[in-house]
Write a protein that binds this ligand. Sequence first.
Ligand code: B12
Ligand code: SF4
Ligand code: SF4
Length: 320
Amino acid sequence: MSDRAATAPSLAEVRREAERIGFVACGVAQLEPSRRADALERWLAAGYAGTMRYIHRQARRRNDPALITAGARTAIVVLENYTAARDERPRAGDAFKIAAYARGMDYHIVTLGRLHRLAQWLKGRGARIAHAWVDDGPVPERELAERAGLGWIGKNTMLIHPRVGSYTFIGTVFTDLEFRDAAAPVADLCGSCTRCLDACPTGALLGDRVLDATLCLSYLTIEYKGELPMDLLDAWDRWAFGCDICNDACPWNTKFAVPSNVPEFAARDRPDRRDAEVFERMTEREFDRDYADTPLARAGVTRMRRNMRAASGGRDPAGQ
Ligand code: B12
Ligand code: SF4
Ligand code: SF4
């Protein structure tokens, strides 16, 4: 027996290590071709990706995850809980709202760092390949999480864990280690509920687990670089970065999600959400100093000012 075979961990050991690092769920997905390749192709053909051209470029690898990391045989999939505590959530008097995932440090730093620890541990246990990904590659993250038995894809298109909810980031480590354990699929527990579809203010959720990103406030405030559509301003409801409405509406979050204990995700005192002019007054240098390690850096100060105008219903945030 080779050293490698002697030291390769069981899935139970991987789970224990993932839990020790702080992840709230862990499973393993085989790198078989996607069962939803047609859904992705239809979604792209319909133009629902808007200006996110990178998804078109990644489609071939997303549909065949074995092409993503050379030599990898399986993906270890983890969930990172970022649920906000009650006192971190938007309040009635706030001038604008920021999605819960962006209230603290960027998960591309925090979660990727924790995934690198898991990857190093796997290498110490015989893996030759252990590549960590979180929202930074052609990985069909929701489908792999579903395949790993970590939840179902709800009508709001979120991966929902029956005990954790959907305020989770999905991370993966692609590895050459093989695990024969078959994941028990999680049943679709949406049932006849339509709360997320009813709550979405722009009609971006088309039913059938399909989201038209071009109508989604999250896309418009984070990804879209042009002028914001005036006809949606009435629906904006003060969102200045991202949107949590279809997650907030979901009973699996309202009943079961518990606040994250990851200290880096805790809400910061900046920006002051009662101050509608906060980004107007700030220089680019000040923005970079205060927000470089947060998700807001993706928008930059110029787009945050644009978003603030929309969050203020199209008026100048200063009210002039
Ligand atoms: C592009 C993108 C977006 C776009 C489009 C979102 C979308 N729903 O497609 C925009 C900018 C709008 C967005 C918004 C958000 N995002 Co985003 N996003 C992505 C990204 C980079 C790719 C998603 C994608 O490919 N979409 C195309 C669709 C077709 O694919 P899909 O979402 O994987 O969906 C699958 C289902 O549609 C399913 N499907 C299709 N038909 C059917 C039919 C049935 C019956 C079933 C069961 C399933 C099913 O198959 C698809 C393909 O596998 C992923 C990271 C990644 N690499 O996957 C993060 C990701 C999906 N986003 C994430 C988050 C946190 C968000 C926000 C909550 C952020 C915020 N608060 O503003 C919102 C949520 C909005 C929403 N309801 O989805 C997390 C979601 C974690 C989770 N628990 O699900 C991810 C996984 C990033 C991460 N690593 O954690 N996002
Ligand atoms: S994130 Fe907001 S705008 Fe986008 S689908 Fe969900 S509720 Fe609708
Ligand atoms: S709100 Fe209802 S329909 Fe929407 S994802 Fe949650 S359980 Fe499913």
